[in-house]
Design a protein around this ligand. Sequence first.
Ligand SMILES: [Zn+2]
Ligand SMILES: [Zn+2]
Length: 305
Amino acid sequence: MKYFQVAQGVWGMKLFYVNVYMIANRRDFAKGWVLVDAGPAGSGDKIIKMAENLFGKGTQPNAIILTHGHADHSGSVPELLKHWDVPVYAHEFEIPYLTGQSAYPPADPSVGHGLMSLLSVFFSRSPVDLSGHIKPVNMAGGLDELPEWRVVFTPGHSPGHISLFFPLNTTLIAGDAVATTHAESAIGLLGDVKKLSGPPMYMTPDWASAEQSVGILAQLEPRIIAAGHGPVLRGREATEALKQLSANFNAIAVPSSGRYVDKPAVADETGTKYIPPFTVSTKFKAATILLGMLAGFMITKQIRA
Ligand SMILES: [Zn+2]
Ligand SMILES: [Zn+2]
């Protein structure tokens, strides 16, 4: 098992292509630690192992906090709840997707930029059912389980996306409000290509909100940026890259065409309310044909071998 240190009292682990984080409270302020995001289904054992390595055998977090409910960030919560009796927090706008009440808007494979975008059609839109465990985050008062960290509302990638910020050393846990790699490309995601980018294009249904959220994060001037996808970015370069991303959001982050580029999906506290219709671009048709050819090539190669 491989995990890495993000900052003092903060550790992360990459599970396949998504990161989870563990934050220890400073003793004078509160006890214990929290888990931020939970990785895809099947990651439970690895997360428990990492926790026991850091905090001792039989340890339990004070809470699990979800930056948002997408399946790659919430998938293993049910496994963890078999071992841990802890509350799970998310913003109230995420709760409909985490209780089976609503489904996220469909992914947009037409945004291009790599294989992950095309594969996104297979991603689950209704992740896990956490009814009875999930609680809304108190956005005004923050989390008792993590008193020194600020909870920042950063919607756009999902309607109730939140980020976590520690003002003392300006550590930002950004979830998918930004990515620190090319989240659309399999090479970017599985490798460790460092590049501050907007939220994963194929799963972002509201670009205007996403831009506002990046603006809010840029104003925090974080020196340490730990995102859901990609390696940790540090130092003045990280702060500057985030400012650049915010200033040039349309050019850097927003796909040139896509289902949600002109019209966002609309959601409220009961879930998805409106999904713009899907119009297929020529570029997307070409990409699908290319993927088909590649699949055909792989199959023939297998048959011959
Ligand atoms: Zn996501
Ligand atoms: Zn993600």
